[in-house]
Design a protein. Structure first.
Length: 311
């Protein structure tokens, strides 16, 4: 990997600061004539880094289901913007006549812009509609989930995606009192949660909001679809780099790279079944942010980068 930091200059952006910028570009090993895919364009930070290393014959396909991201696409004939969820990766690559690509990148973090826009409903810092849709063309909102999911569904959701300590109590509380609250705004939702908040209120609310956001946008389902399709579209020797911000996401990527499946497969010394090797893992351990980046961008604290090469 290249140690020359000047080669990888982190672009300034109020929309979103790309995490693990240099480490991701090093992991991708960008080839000047390659075809690359940025599954989560956002503010375009990682994409600009890829474009800097692409030659005139290189190409970059960028996906983002959030319409706001389209405004960040640079004027560059080598770039193609696809305004859809990355779970449709293979379909849109085929549509644009790309059968195989050289590298795929996915940064699974929510952009700073989305957190900072009150009307999107992602942040506990502002009042706004209880929405949380990345793609505003889809019907399901966070308010719909709170109002319609069963107690068991809510319990599982907050426990798995939010790691909320009293997920069962929280689910029971919501089901008991949700008919009495308007539940269209973040403030009304926070007021409803008050009696069951445990520990640090900001941390608790952040965990609840994270769980709802992941469910609204089916983030785990989309990640599974993307990983499986990336294995199909990458050419041998091509690389897949994924940045996760949640232990469930990281475990899913780790298992997929290691054994081509999403579940933990115990090592069985007596098994004669041969698994087809799909990936060579490049990062034996996940790459995390260094001290300098943590000071500059505290949101990078939970970021983990894993890279694998298609065999």
């Amino acid at each position: 990997m290249n140690d020359n930091n000047d080669t990888y200059h982190v672009p300034d952006s109020e929309y979103h600061v790309p995490v693990l910028f240099r480490e991701t570009l090093e992991g991708l090993q960008v080839r000047p004539d390659g075809v690359y895919v940025d599954c989560t364009f956002g503010g375009g930070g990682h994409s600009r880094g890829i474009l800097q290393q692409l030659g005139p014959d290189g190409r970059l396909v960028v996906f983002d289901q959030d319409a706001d991201a389209a405004a960040n696409v640079p004027e560059d004939e080598r770039i193609l913007f696809v305004p859809h969820n990355f779970r449709h990766l293979q379909r849109f690559l085929r549509l644009h006549k790309y059968t195989q690509v050289t590298g795929v990148l996915a940064d699974l973090g929510v952009s700073s812009h989305q957190f900072d826009e009150a009307e999107r409903g992602f942040s506990i810092r502002f009042d706004g509609p209880l929405d949380m849709r990345m793609d505003r063309r889809q019907p399901l909102t966070a308010a719909d989930i709170i109002k319609t999911y069963s107690q068991q569904q809510l319990h599982k959701l907050f426990e798995q995606y939010g790691e909320v300590t009293n997920a069962k109590t929280l689910a029971a509380h919501l089901v008991q009192f949700r008919q009495q609250a308007s539940l269209t705004t973040i403030d009304s939702f926070r007021a409803l949660l008050q009696p069951v908040i445990k520990g640090n209120p900001n941390k608790y609310l952040a965990q609840v909001f994270q769980a709802l956001r992941m469910e609204v946008n089916d983030e785990m389902g989309a990640l599974k679809d993307m990983l499986q399709q990336a294995a199909e579209v990458l050419q041998p020797g091509g690389r897949l780099a994924v940045i996760t911000f949640h232990s469930i996401e990281d475990r899913m990527v780790k298992n997929f790279f290691k054994q081509g499946t999403f579940e933990e497969v115990p090592d069985n010394p007596f098994s004669t079944q041969q698994r087809e090797e799909v990936w060579k893992v490049v990062t034996k351990k996940p790459v995390t942010a260094g001290e300098e980046e943590l000071k500059r961008n505290p949101r990078s604290r939970s970021a983990k980068l894993r890279v694998a090469e298609k065999l």
